[in-house]
Design a protein around this ligand. Structure first.
Ligand SMILES: Cc1cc2nc3c(=O)[nH]c(=O)nc-3n(C[C@H](O)[C@H](O)[C@H](O)COP(=O)(O)OP(=O)(O)OC[C@H]3O[C@@H](n4cnc5c(N)ncnc54)[C@H](O)[C@@H]3O)c2cc1C
Length: 571
């Protein structure tokens, strides 16, 4: 299906980018719901709508700027046996997956460049702006390590899968009533396939957990980390990590009611002055063919990440004062320890018959190995949850991130990672902002490398945040001390701001339009058929990992989308 637009209409209504050339034939996709973003939140929306028996014919178009990198839509890359055998190698996958959000222009003057190489003129007052750098970014206010993942499946193609339920203090601003939240959380856990018992037979896991249970006060509530993971029944040495595919469900069963457009940018929503509260369409850009595409639907869902979602709204001219504000990002303290000899001895001397059987098999194959731990013994996955007295979320585990590979420094079987996440006070002045009118305000560096308005951070931690961070670091050191000695090179440290990749608040939900962007159903205030999704919807200061909460919020929103689709007309 296609519609024919006059050149004037194309320029007026579509504005950005080059029109498609002679004839201006613009393909049109006509669906019931258009979802921007194929991460776990876009997929939670898609599945819930597609499996809703009250709207059995509903058709969903999903638009994703990244490419599909696995044969299964949005699968977790860590399901490859290669990475389960060599977790260090996965660090490079994550590094490659992360694209920085805001990079101040570098100092490209190279004093040692001699000979015939171009160098910028010295002291002429201009800044060299290379593609993707942001001249507006003030270094001190940046979330330097904040990044996005542009691929089918979003960040859930590499995430750690930690899904703790937030403590009541981490969810007090959420406008969804608690009883409703509890059942939505349960459905979110099912969609993400969350378990907390998949590591119980592991020697390392049990030893780390028991050591903390014995040495920390009972009030710390040491427990197994709830993870979106399931051990494989055909070979329990491996696990299946939940990716966006897990959330999306059985795509084949949707038939032609579901379509995914990859390497397609959701550029902007099309508004009409005559019906200001109703989105009329969506302008997309087919990146491979470099041409504009239109989509029409009854409902529009923007779930392009905590930076990408306000970015699409801003590019559409939907820029309430609350957009991008109340941004919170978690501080992240990290270290790695090598377990104590006592912990290793407790494995050797364990009375657990299954352990002794596995140790014997290992020793028979590897008689010179000084460690009793079989090579395929799963890693520790332990949590010390947020409490009022210790208001931070602690993961005592072993996993890949964009840092923290062990390499040849130590035997990976005796290394434990400690990642402690600290909250940030809510402050409307902490924000990500975008140039509002690219045609008018365009200056070099004002778009990102995908041609969307450049995101600029203005984020500062408060005095209270610093005090809290200091206490969290002291706690990290105390917990580490119970487990062993610091792995040289991985001493306790705060990671660069933004590295937690847990930005919240930028499209927060709430009942009051002066302090929120969308209502409790994630419907953007002032609009009938526009919904947002993702961690940006979380209105609280949190230290627990956010994805479970964002899925919970999206499930609530789907009820409103469903109601909208059941209405005979949307006008
Ligand atoms: C190393 C790492 C570890 C993590 N560990 C955890 C953890 O243990 N627990 C946890 O809760 N969270 C964790 N996270 C974060 C988690 O992955 C995110 O919270 C989650 O993926 C957010 O889902 P989303 O769908 O809102 O956004 P995303 O997963 O970011 O997906 C958004 C999608 O939108 C696409 N997009 C952006 N702009 C456009 C556009 N204009 N047009 C079309 N498409 C667009 C992007 O390409 C992307 O695919 C981790 C992330 C990383 C990278």
């Amino acid at each position: 299906m296609s519609i024919r637009l006059t050149p004037d209409a194309v320029y007026e209504r579509l504005t950005s980018g080059t029109p498609n050339g002679a004839g201006l034939e613009v393909p049109l996709y006509d669906y019931d719901v258009v979802i921007a973003g194929s991460g776990p939140i876009g997929c939670a929306y898609a599945r819930t709508i597609l499996e809703d028996p009250t709207i059995p014919d509903a058709r969903v178009l999903m638009v994703e700027i990244g490419s599909q990198d696995s044969s299964v839509i949005g699968e977790h890359h860590k399901n490859s046996i290669k990475f389960q055998k060599d977790i260090d190698a996965f660090v490079n996958v994550i590094k490659a997956a992360l694209q920085d959000v805001s990079v101040p222009p570098g100092d490209t003057y190279i004093p040692t460049l001699v000979g015939n190489g171009w160098t910028p003129p010295v002291n002429n007052g201009t800044q060299l702006i290379f593609q993707g750098s942001n001249p507006n970014q003030i270094r001190e206010l940046n979330l330097k390590a904040s990044a996005v993942t542009r691929t089918v499946g979003g960040m859930a193609t590499h995430w750690t899968c930690a899904c703790p339920t937030p403590h009541p203090e981490e969810i007090r601003n959420n406008p969804i009533p608690q009883a409703e939240r509890d059942s939505l959380f349960q459905r979110a856990r099912e969609l993400l396939n969350v378990h907390n018992d998949q590591y119980e037979f592991s020697m390392r896991h049990t030893t780390v957990k028991d050591t903390l249970l014995e040495t920390l006060p009972a009030g710390r509530n040491v427990q197994s980390l709830p993870l979106a993971v399931e051990r494989r029944s055909d070979n329990p040495a491996y696990v299946t990590w939940s990716g966006s595919n897990t959330v999306l469900g059985d795509v084949a069963s949707y038939g032609d009611r579901f379509k995914l457009l990859s390497e397609t940018r959701f550029t902007k929503l099309i508004l009409d002055n005559d019906t200001p509260n109703l989105i009329q369409g969506a302008l997309l850009r087919d990146l491979g063919n470099d041409r504009d595409v239109l989509a029409q639907a009854k409902a529009y869902v923007i779930a392009t990440g905590a930076v990408g979602t306000p970015q699409v709204l801003a590019n559409s001219g939907i820029y309430p004062d609350t957009l991008g504000r109340n941004l919170c990002e978690q501080s992240l303290a990290f270290c790695q320890v090598v377990m104590t000899p006592e912990m290793i001895d407790s494995i050797t001397n364990s009375t657990n018959a299954d352990w002794q059987r596995r140790i014997a098999i290992h020793k028979a194959s590897h008689p010179t190995d000084p460690l009793p731990i079989p090579f395929n013994d799963p890693e520790p996955q332990v949590m010390i949850p947020y409490t009022t007295d210790f208001p931070w979320h602690c993961q005592v585990h072993r996993d890949a991130f964009s840092y923290g590979d062990v390499g040849p420094r130590a035997d990976a079987r005796v290394v434990v990672d400690l990642r402690f996440f600290g909250k940030q006070e809510i402050n409307p002045n902490n924000r990500v902002y975008f140039p509002q009118n690219l045609a008018r305000d365009w200056i070099p560096g004002n778009t990102d490398i995908y041609g969307m308005p450049q995101a600029t951070f203005e984020v500062q931690r408060s005095h209270l945040d610093s005090v809290n961070d200091q206490k969290m670091m002291r706690d990290l050191c105390a917990v580490a001390d119970e487990l062993g000695a610091y792995l040289p090179g991985s001493n306790p440290q705060f990671m660069d701001p933004g590295l937690a990749l847990h930005i919240t608040g930028t499209t927060r939900i709430g009942d009051d339009p002066t302090t929120s962007v969308a209502d409790r159903s994630s419907r953007v205030h002032g609009f009938t058929n526009l919904f947002v999704g993702g961690n940006g919807c979380i209105p609280d200061s949190t230290s627990s990992n956010p994805t479970l909460t964002s899925v919970m919020i999206a499930l609530k929103a789907c009820e409103a989308v469903s109601e909208l689709l059941r209405q005979p007309t949307t006008a």
